[in-house]
Design a binder for this molecule. Structure first.
Ligand SMILES: Cc1ncc(COP(=O)(O)O)c(C=O)c1O
Length: 324
């Protein structure tokens, strides 16, 4: 096996026999770094060759849940947290049993074979393949499990982390179970497209009562009177893994945190605001609907949290941490 810095000492990805023989054309010793690699129901293949039947319930109904991991140094950051959220999404939507240990082993193996050090791992599980009917298939059918590992170049996002980004408010038209990471993302897609057309990076979603919920693919946090705040962790938002890490880092820095609701009008008057997410990490918001936030500059709390985030990743990537 290729020796890869930051990955040495990591537990083995799992027995190769959890994969089908199609693995063989993908020896991990070639030293080649791929752009992307898929693993569909345990079979490794280039993503372009992966095929799902038209009766797949993910395709027909969006009857599927997903996760996105950030890969730093060839390893999945916040792996237990993402895995726990996936377990919860599956349970809340009453999916048939999915062996998450095998899934984790397959994700690790796909990363290893791809040779990707900086990237993302996309996990997508559907309720399986059955002729179209809304109700669950009876008896249940095996879920479809897709993993796609892709190289990720952080350079552009890194620049945005320095400058901050503009967002625009848009109505939150999503369903009432946003705590489940479902692939039903049409309302998110429409709101983000509208934000991009307005020249903004993200859409700040606002519910029917005028309260900010979150953004289309990121969590929202803000600072008022020295306190970090976020919306209550309820079905109106996805419980962000990066948001929870950010809250923990804030506590370590002595910055108090509170869950609270906030109207769009109040949001326009906060001292600082930022987005958090798996690839964006902590990304300052400097403009909402064309109005400056925090004087139009990333604020001191955002800067402290960005530094703390980087230190946490570096500590985790250190060879000692990999042995734990
Ligand atoms: C709607 C929504 N909120 C928040 C997040 C941030 O979650 P995480 O920090 O786990 O990436 C995401 C990430 O995809 C998202 O789609």
């Amino acid at each position: 096996m290729r020796a890869i810095s930051g990955r040495e000492g990591l537990p083995e990805a799992g027995p190769v026999d959890t994969f089908k023989t199609a693995l063989d054309p993908f020896p991990s010793s070639t030293g080649t770094i791929m752009e992307s690699l898929a693993c569909l129901d345990g079979e490794l293949m280039p993503p372009e060759q992966a095929r799902v039947p038209i009766w797949d319930r993910g395709f027909l109904f969006g009857d599927a849940v997903y996760e996105v991991y950030r890969i730093y140094g060839g390893r999945c950051w916040l792996e237990p947290e993402h895995s726990a959220r996936l377990r919860r999404s599956l349970a809340e939507m009453e999916f048939p049993e999915v062996d998450l240990d095998t899934l984790t082993a397959r994700v690790r193996r796909t990363i290893e074979v791809s040779g990707i050090e900086e990237g993302t791992a996309y996990i997508h599980i559907t309720r399986g393949v059955a002729p179209r009917a809304h109700a669950f298939p009876r008896p249940p059918v095996p879920p479809t499990e897709l993993i796609v590992v892709r190289a990720y170049d952080d350079a552009e996002t890194a620049r945005k982390r320095e400058s901050g980004v503009a967002v625009v408010s848009r109505p939150d038209l999503r369903w009432k179970r946003c705590d489940v990471k479902s692939t039903n993302l049409l309302a998110n897609v429409i709101a983000l497209e509208s934000a991009h057309r307005a020249g903004a990076y993200e859409a700040l979603l606002v519910d029917a009562e005028g309260q900010v919920t979150e953004a289309t693919h990121s969590s929202v946090l803000w600072v008022r009177d020295g306190r970090l705040e976020g919306t209550p962790n309820d079905p109106a938002i996805l419980p962000g893994t990066t948001r929870f890490l950010t809250e923990k880092l804030a506590a370590e820095l002595g910055i108090p945190f509170a869950e609270t609701r906030i109207t769009l009008d109040e949001f326009l008057g906060v001292d600082e605001a930022f987005l958090s997410g798996t690839t964006i990490e902590v990304l300052p918001i400097v403009d909402v609907d064309g109005r400056d936030i925090g004087g139009g500059q990333p604020g001191p709390v955002a800067r402290k949290l960005q530094t703390a985030f980087r230190s946490a990743v570096d500590a985790w990537l250190s060879p000692r941490a990999a042995l734990r």
